[in-house]
Ligand binder design. Structure first.
Ligand SMILES: *Cc1c(COP(=O)(O)O)cnc(C)c1O
Length: 231
């Protein structure tokens, strides 16, 4: 045993308590285990404890793990920045992409999704609070982008994702997540269906759950620090 079993139990309990505290059904919060820079053995151990969803940020690393673990029934989420020359391999290997911020990327993924696979689940990454960040669509652009993505046959639009700057204070942490939730509601009111809010990481999962996250993306609390990162 490598030791992630206990971490998985602790994190699952934390998510469960946060949901209960927020007055939500804990079953409505899905844990996405962020396995970037973690070895295949740890993923295998976690899968043996029932964890199904894993997230990767780098295409080559993710594909190598998907191939190495092909004997397991896992769901793979691409959560890194997606360059347009890497869309084909992502469309062929992954089940979800959380980081769509341009129609061009969405169109390529839709065209390149193999016919024998179900549509690729996608979330639009929204730049909710950080004007300097290069990733994410601006909130104003999201309704139109969502409507266009919903029409693409190779994709299934699931929702919105954000990666806000880290804040220490709980109420400050909630603000960008609340913005994402309100944006989701606006898009829904315009008639575009979405069931997912992908938000919250190790440092701010609790605030995200209070703002109705349906997927929280947790790395450090499950696997420990990644290579090259202290603590
Ligand atoms: C690395 C990463 C995470 C997980 O972060 P932790 O702080 O380790 O929980 C979540 N989402 C994205 C997009 C990431 O790149």
């Amino acid at each position: 045993m490598i030791g992630v079993t206990e971490n998985l139990r602790i994190v699952s309990d934390l998510l469960h308590s946060a949901a209960t505290e927020a007055g939500r059904d804990p079953a409505g919060v899905r844990l996405l285990a962020v396995s970037k820079k973690q070895p295949v053995e740890k993923i295998r151990e976690m899968a043996a404890c029932g964890q199904r969803d894993f997230g990767e940020n780098f295409v080559q690393e993710g594909v190598a793990k998907i191939e190495a673990l092909a004997d397991l029934d896992l769901t793979w989420h691409f959560i890194g920045h997606l360059q347009s020359n890497k869309t084909r391999i992502v469309a062929e290997y992954f089940d979800w992409v959380h980081t769509i911020d341009k129609l061009k990327t969405a169109r390529r993924l839709s065209q390149q999704r193999p016919d024998d696979l179900p549509p690729l689940n996608v979330c639009l990454q929204v730049n909710v609070d950080d004007e300097d960040s290069k990733s994410g669509a601006s909130p104003a652009a999201v309704p139109e982008l969502a409507a266009a993505c919903a029409e693409l046959p190779g994709l299934r639009l699931r929702g919105l994702m954000c990666l806000p700057a880290i804040r220490d204070d709980f109420e400050d942490q909630r603000r960008p997540f609340a913005q994402l939730r309100e944006l989701r509601d606006r898009v829904r009111q315009a008639g575009v269906e979405m069931d997912t809010l992908s938000m919250g990481m190790t440092a701010d999962y609790r605030a995200a759950i209070f703002e109705y996250a349906t997927i929280v993306r947790i790395g450090t609390a499950l696997f420990g620090a990644r290579n090259g990162k202290a603590g």
